[in-house]
Design a protein around this ligand. Structure first.
Ligand code: ZN
Length: 437
């Protein structure tokens, strides 16, 4: 990873260290690699690790058997290991059943996967819901394999066990929740899973010291089956979730991208639009579509939660996606740090986006006698606050949130928030309950 100088150095070091520690682990949708990953996260934030038994019915799905792998290799007719799981955990198709036997190259080829267009990269393949086995290797490795009998060993088990996921609940002033979720089910792939995990851990650390208004729920789940399982087991609690984001690939060098919730005009969508517009870089906003990461489940019509998805280059749109080239060099600390900063801005704005009512709505209140207006031109900063205060007073009619006022006035959210704070102190504003969406 390239280095970066910036603010939040602690967060950057935390993300960098976590990614390097998690990179070698062989994760899948179940198994000890997921548990080990959750235990490492648990050393940084107070995560609860939950175990759901195989066979549990979760809506239209069933929690699968637990997969664990110890070793796997292919030996050529000379007895040399030509493919070795110990060298890369991508070499074995995830969820491969145990196998031991001798096969001709012709027979073996039915179980081999390569990328002829990228002959040096190992592809990443899974077979979660069909019991089979296979190996992934670089096309160059395949071309070096000569005719003859090959010894194949996959020392793996697929048996009743558990699906593991992690959950950290940070209570705020309100029981209304902000949900953050990321997937934890990929082996040695950096952008696709480790970048999201690391940004989410850094956000959890940040919010823990922020005394937030909302309660925050951080979910570390295997993709698809994990979010389906969580939703199925917590259906009665889902109505508390008012806002949320899924964090996916946030470490590659592409532009920051926010994918809107299915609703398209939820407060979280408006907050990210505001953050990205004011960032003035080449960030992008894209509309909801029903494929991608776990926003598919949170935004399914039976839930329709206000959950967006943050990423950089969308999945599948970079050649390194689901290959061994999605490695430590592929992601950049600058991108991770920028993704973290944008999420922090969005969370801070959303947590502080309140609705007020002007307590002196008939003509302007006299700000001068309250020390809120300098009749002699003062510093630039105080001028801004006076103007911001006039905007807040004028638009605080119960219909406009602080974000609405920031957008309409052109003043920063921070300036509007601080003006509102002064006006509340002087009893000129009163906070109203949040509009329910
Ligand atoms: Zn993936």
């Amino acid at each position: 990873m390239e280095s970066v100088q910036g603010s939040c150095l602690d967060a950057i070091q935390e993300m960098d260290g976590l990614i390097k520690e998690l990179y070698p682990i062989c994760r899948s949708i179940t198994g000890n690699g997921v548990r080990q990953t959750l235990q490492i996260i648990q050393r940084r934030i107070p995560l609860s690790i939950r175990e759901v038994p195989s066979g549990t019915q979760v809506f239209d799905w069933t929690v699968p058997k637990e997969w664990n792998i110890r070793d796997a290799f292919i030996k050529n007719p000379q007895g040399e290991k030509v493919v070795d799981f110990a060298k890369s955990n991508l070499h074995v198709v995830s969820y491969s059943t145990a196998f031991r036997g001798k096969l001709s190259l012709q027979e073996l080829k039915q179980h081999l996967f390569t990328l002829p267009d990228r002959p040096q990269w190992i592809p990443y393949r899974t077979s979660y819901y069909k019991e089979t086995w296979g190996f992934c290797l670089s096309h160059e490795q395949l071309l070096r394999m000569e005719d003859g009998d090959y010894e194949v060993v996959i020392d793996a088990s697929l048996e009743d066990g558990h699906l593991s996921y992690g959950e950290y609940y940070l209570p705020g002033e309100s029981a209304d929740e902000f949900l953050l979720s990321c997937h934890i089910c990929h082996p040695s792939l950096c952008n696709d899973n480790l970048s999201g995990i690391s940004v989410m851990v850094a956000l959890a650390t940040h919010m823990s010291s922020a005394r937030p208004r909302y309660s925050y729920r951080f979910l570390f789940v295997p993709g698809t089956i994990g979010s389906i399982t969580w939703l199925a087991l917590h259906e009665s609690q889902v109505s508390s979730i008012k806002h949320g984001i899924v964090i996916s690939g946030v470490g590659d060098r592409g532009a920051f991208t926010y994918k809107k919730s299915r609703r398209g005009d939820a407060e979280i969508d408006r907050v990210f639009s505001y953050v990205l517009r004011t960032a003035g870089d080449n960030s992008k906003i894209i509309d909801f579509h029903p494929y991608g990461y776990d926003e598919r489940q949170f935004c399914s019509p039976g839930f329709n939660l206000a959950v967006g998805c943050v990423m950089r280059t969308p999945f599948g749109q970079y050649p390194e996606y689901h290959t061994s080239a999605d490695n430590l060099e592929f992601i950049s600390l600058k991108s991770l740090s920028d993704s973290f900063d944008k999420c922090v801005s969005a969370l801070d704005i959303l947590d502080n986006n309140r609705l007020y009512s002007n307590q002196n709505p008939k003509c302007e209140p006299q700000l001068g006698k309250r020390g809120l207006y300098q009749s002699v031109g003062g510093q630039t900063q105080s001028r801004v606050n006076e103007m911001a205060a006039l905007w807040v007073l004028n638009l605080s009619d119960g219909m406009h949130s602080l974000l609405d006022i920031a957008e309409r006035s052109g003043y920063s959210f921070e300036a509007i928030k601080s003006a509102a704070g002064s006006l509340v102190e002087h009893q000129l504003l009163k906070e109203l309950p949040v509009r329910s969406e």
